[in-house]
Design a protein around this ligand. Structure first.
Ligand SMILES: *[C@@H]1O[C@H](CO)[C@@H](O)[C@H](O)[C@H]1NC(C)=O
Ligand SMILES: *[C@@H]1O[C@H](CO)[C@@H](O)[C@H](O)[C@H]1NC(C)=O
Ligand SMILES: *[C@@H]1O[C@H](CO)[C@@H](O)[C@H](O)[C@H]1NC(C)=O
Ligand SMILES: *[C@@H]1O[C@H](CO)[C@@H](O)[C@H](O)[C@H]1NC(C)=O
Ligand SMILES: *[C@@H]1O[C@H](CO)[C@@H](O)[C@H](O)[C@H]1NC(C)=O
Ligand SMILES: *[C@@H]1O[C@H](CO)[C@@H](O)[C@H](O)[C@H]1NC(C)=O
Ligand SMILES: *[C@@H]1O[C@H](CO)[C@@H](O)[C@H](O)[C@H]1NC(C)=O
Ligand SMILES: *[C@@H]1O[C@H](CO)[C@@H](O)[C@H](O)[C@H]1NC(C)=O
Length: 374
């Protein structure tokens, strides 16, 4: 109902100022390609959730957002025609999206692929009501990539402390490199063990299977969590990547208990990802100014992978990240990777995957005109 009234309001305004009517796309339009975790409002949770559009004759685009959007704003990464993402801060109400960025080619008569995702691991809720496009614009089908990564982790994967949040994090960058869909479920402070940790009421072994990130608990208008319907992940993940454990060790979870939790988690993941390759990262550790690096749970990740192999699941792979991250790659204040550090990690993982046998898609599955070379 609310969406409809917004649409009518848009038409009325257009008529008043004497221009032809805009094209209004309701949030229920099947041509909107949603990715990540969306509740029924529909609204986003988890860094990286968003949507993609393929539009013909696009010259203007306005997001009409509802009151479940983070107050005062949520930062959204926007990319036009696969050019670099830039940040647009949005709020409940009408949000014209600047498309006149220098990276935006003149697309009159062509299609434009516009990608949106929330950047933050908190303050990351956009409640999409409708999208206003210019007169003459037409929504086309967005065909997702044949590759779809699912990343699972904590602050080290969520892009905490980065200026553009998850859009600068190693998982997101890896997805871009492979021209893949990327879904990222990473919660700063969260353990894998389902326990309270640094403000999270649940660990990832519980929350990963839910629509909401653990921020739901501090959210007045949505203080509950609901199971995620994995059939909404289209296409299903083709590659699953896990980097977790930093918070478990901080919470004094023993190596034995962590190992068991990890194995139980993989058993449950296998009910969703029946035979996809699963990549288990060892910790890259906590670098210090002296050059020393604090590693945790030595041998545990290898044991987890070995245990899967022992029961006949050969499609679980250890990614040995020992030495990947040094003092120069992190913020001194919190030892989390800085933007250059994330680019380094992404490059190392991309090399790992190529050696493993995965090649980037040659083209995005939804082509877009590229700007002329300067
Ligand atoms: C949010 O919007 C809905 C639908 O228009 C309205 O019923 C509700 O009162 C609004 N809530 C707040 C807190 O503004
Ligand atoms: C978005 O909002 C944040 C927080 O207020 C601010 O630091 C940032 O500069 C804003 N970015 C843009 C592009 O407006
Ligand atoms: C885009 O190209 C069309 C057709 O060549 C031209 O009429 C229009 O002025 C151009 N728009 C911009 C913003 O450059
Ligand atoms: C899109 O733009 C092209 C070139 O300007 C024009 O021929 C075509 O009619 C437009 N399509 C729509 C749906 O307006
Ligand atoms: C959410 O609900 C829990 C009880 O289930 C309560 O302890 C918590 O304070 C609530 N959060 C907010 C923001 O109201
Ligand atoms: C973990 O153990 C250390 C050393 O015994 C202790 O100082 C710390 O408070 C413990 N942390 C938690 C979260 O229990
Ligand atoms: C990981 O790499 C480091 C450094 O090359 C090496 O010392 C270590 O044995 C490797 N660990 C495993 C489990 O392969
Ligand atoms: C795929 O990309 C290559 C290199 O960029 C280009 O030459 C080719 O035309 C593209 N193929 C399709 C089907 O778009």
């Amino acid at each position: 109902m609310f969406s409809k009234s917004v649409a009518l309001f848009g038409l009325a305004v257009a008529a008043q100022i004497g221009c032809s009517s805009a094209v209004t796309i309701l949030n229920s339009d099947p041509l909107i390609y949603y990715h990540g975790r969306w509740d029924t409002s529909p609204g986003t949770w988890w860094a990286g959730s968003g949507f993609k559009l393929n539009v013909q004759n696009l010259t203007s685009l306005t997001l009409n957002l509802g009151n479940h959007t983070t107050t005062p704003l949520a930062s959204v990464g926007v990319s036009v025609n696969y050019q670099p993402f830039y940040t647009v801060n949005v709020s409940a109400g009408a949000n014209p999206i600047p498309l006149t960025d220098l990276t935006f080619p003149n697309v009159t008569g062509n299609n434009a692929v516009v990608r949106f995702n929330v950047e933050g691991w908190q303050n990351n809720r956009i409640n999409l009501l409708s999208i206003d496009l210019n007169d003459g614009a037409e929504l086309l089908t967005y065909t997702p990539s044949k590759l779809a990564f699912q990343f699972i982790g904590d602050s080290l994967s969520a892009g905490q402390f980065l200026p553009m949040g998850v859009d600068q994090a190693w998982g997101f960058l890896t997805g871009e490199y492979f021209r893949a869909e990327h879904r990222i479920n990473a919660q700063p402070g969260a353990t894998l063990t389902d326990m309270y940790s640094y403000g999270n009421v649940h660990g990832m072994s519980y929350q990963f299977f839910e629509t909401e990130d653990t921020g739901y608990y501090n959210t007045l208008d949505h203080n509950y969590t609901t199971p995620w319907d994995f059939t909404r992940d289209v296409p299903p993940a083709t590659h699953v990547v896990i980097h977790i454990g930093a918070n478990d060790v901080s919470q004094n979870v023993t190596a034995a208990a962590f190992t068991q939790t990890y194995l139980d988690f993989l058993t449950r993941l296998r009910t969703i990802y029946l035979d996809q390759p699963i990549f288990v990262f060892t910790p890259w550790g906590w670098p210090s100014a002296s050059g020393a690096i604090g590693y945790y749970y030595p041998g545990v990740y290898q044991n987890v992978v070995d245990a899967r192999h022992a029961i006949g699941d050969q499609n679980v792979f250890l990614v040995n990240t020992t030495g990947w991250v040094t003092w120069d790659d992190v913020y001194a204040a919190n030892q989390h990777p800085n933007p250059a550090g994330h680019m380094k990690i992404a490059a190392l993982f991309e090399t790992y995957l190529i050696n493993w046998g995965l090649w980037p898609q040659l083209n995005w599955s939804t082509p877009a005109p590229m700007p002329p070379k300067l």
